[in-house]
Ligand binder design. Sequence first.
Ligand code: FAD
Length: 318
Amino acid sequence: MARIFAYILHSNGELDDSALELLAAAKRIDPDADVTAIVTGSGIDDVCGKAAQSYKTVWKIDNEALSYPNAEVVRKALVNILPADSIVLLPHDHFGMDLGPGLSIKMDSSFVSDVVDIEKVEGNTLKVIRQEFTGQVSTHVHCDISSGAVVNMRPGVCQPAEGQAGEVVDKSGEAGDLSAKRKFVEIQEAEAGEVDITKSDVLVSVGRGIEDEDNLEIVFELAGAMGADVSCSRPIVDAKWLEKARQVGTSGKTVKPKLYMALGISGSFQHVGGVKGNPFIVAINKNPKAPIFQVADVGVEADILEFVPELTEKIKEL
Ligand SMILES: Cc1cc2nc3c(=O)[nH]c(=O)nc-3n(C[C@H](O)[C@H](O)[C@H](O)COP(=O)(O)OP(=O)(O)OC[C@H]3O[C@@H](n4cnc5c(N)ncnc54)[C@H](O)[C@@H]3O)c2cc1C
């Protein structure tokens, strides 16, 4: 069985939620696997220590060239340290999408992206599940791992695993030449909006199912009755119906509410990828096959234009 590695994202000294989700994914491939975490960056002793609370082995690659996320540099470092037939798990966020395909080419291994579930390995075949047609169809993919594989896991699809504490191994000296053609320029902080949805405990989130800008009124009324803030999916921002600061998702804000209510939102991975912290999710959608129902704790098949005003009245009565 090939050795399994998980690439750990981190920022401001904290592990990304994907760190323990990848451990869970690795355990689905092999429950007995001694999974190795890889942490890259500069001055990363603390974050490596945090990873070592759950991973038995953590490979640290500490180098000034890795101070900022640059997939070209990380790829070079990984190619130099990874054994030839490794299975490498990455989060399928924008960085993983940048890193994964090139890494698999350099390692001459298979690549499969946006994986929502891993079944098992049989012989040299890894069975994974992806979604097609905006999540309406599940595809079972048989991936040849005879020369290794890079697997990008969709964030949020695995419950974080509880691992065993382990040790940090410094691999910085083996990273090789980390010069790059691509240069980091700057991080631009998003403008602050009217509300800071990243701090909200309760979010009422609206998607394209609202159909018309004027209909947003019913969403704000529901949010008002619940003491919630209003967030949205990207098409609502693209239509300029709500400000960018309210957009949830991989190109919007990452939110960690206790309750997330999704109104007329299909549940694309770019949207759901921004909903972290395992909130209680209530989805209201008129399409029973909408992918949002796969991640919802409560699903209501209904027309939001009819259901939401009624719900608001009931909540006000209570
Ligand atoms: C690089 C990239 C980054 C992206 N980043 C983001 C991001 O950060 N955030 C984000 O949200 N998206 C993002 N997207 C877009 C994403 O792929 C989806 O297109 C988007 O999330 C869909 O938004 P939606 O669910 O509101 O709309 P749709 O996918 O159109 O879904 C609308 C839903 O409403 C339902 N519906 C329609 N009418 C009603 C009704 N009357 N009552 C009840 N239900 C109804 C439909 O059944 C459907 O499920 C990104 C895309 C790319 C390529």
